[in-house]
Design a protein around this ligand. Sequence first.
Ligand code: UD1
Ligand code: UDP
Length: 376
Amino acid sequence: MLLVFGTRPEAIKMLPVAQALMRKSNADVRICVTAQHRQMLDQVLDLFDVWPDYDLDIMKQGQGLEHVTTAVLQGLGDVLDDAKPDRVLVHGDTTTTMAASLAAFYRKVPVAHVEAGLRSGDPAQPWPEEMNRRVTDVIADRFFAPTTRARDNLLKENASPAAIHVTGNTVIDALLAVVDRIDRSPDLKETLAAQFAFLAPDRPILLVTGHRRENFGKPFDSLCSAIRDLARAHQIQVVYPVHLNPNVQSAVRRFLGDVPHVHLVPPLDYLPFVYLMMRAHVVLTDSGGIQEEAPSLGKPVFVMRNVTERPEAVEAGTVKLVGTDRDRIFTAVGEVIEDADAHARMSQAHNPYGDGQAARRIADILTIGSTDEFSP
Ligand code: UD1
Ligand code: UDP
């Protein structure tokens, strides 16, 4: 079996699967990273202490989608010829995922898709991820759907019911393992607190991340203005680990580079990032993974998108979609910062996305044909 991934979120979500498979004596597990991300991928490999057998090392500064697609397609062909896997496992919806699936198809190697079946219904949002995941599901012959809703989406597209397994999302496995590690170790907590000694103990934290391609340009300027004005209007502090994409860096530095109580920091290792989520009062993000993690921690999440392929936490009340309009973000987030009841209503912990057993289920299904499923 060859696991292929290339970006930070894929690594966070696939390494629990790699570890669960490596515990099986009958599984020959190999890992190929495309390194669509370099530093942000290596941060995760370090934490899990799992090292790839193949590294395509494709990342270029400011890369376009054509570069990522063709470099993965070309590089993976050679890896497949060398590794001769009986199956390729891909994750989610990045361009690595789509191009790796196509490369496997060209070599007639079957593909299993982890986090299959998510759909926003709009090919332009998130872009290009909605199309990446649809293409991947046309190619795949086994589907690890995180939720029953994802399974239903696949069934509507005529996937074979026997090929779909509802497992929960492996991001919850990663999250719970890290939370447990932090909770168990007072020394680790102290080290993490020291890393964030620049934060005022008495100011609530608004934790922000943002990187979506479809928001580049005006929408990004608009959401940055909302963050700047929130920091000026409320007794809060903003922490924003800024994604390394140059389009993100330039807008964020222009609007937020010199605003009191706004801390721009480099992308954080997963462990300190989880610690910061645990300390956050409110989360404002356009990330897919954080939409899944924050509800487990009982944190109110405002999502800077117009549509989401992850509706479960919106229905549970912990996630609200606010788009990218400055006034809408400013009003919605401001209300929850000022109104304790509104904050409490959005702070109920929910686990619609998983129970921490997803990777084990996937490994059991692939190696012993288990039929154990996740039910929220
Ligand atoms: C990619 C995925 C997106 C996913 C996101 C997670 C695609 C098209 N996009 O978007 O689905 O949500 O990752 O973060 O697959 N860079 C670095 N170092 C890094 C990572 C990125 O310098 O470790 C910079 C480089 O200049 C790179 C640029 O960011 O060219 C963009 O990276 P890319 O992977 O193409 O797009 P993301 O916006 O990161
Ligand atoms: N994350 C991290 N460090 C950061 C910001 C995010 O480790 O500085 C983690 C976060 O907890 C989540 C994942 O990265 O598990 C989300 O990645 P990203 O937002 O880049 O991608 P998306 O989920 O939108 O595809």
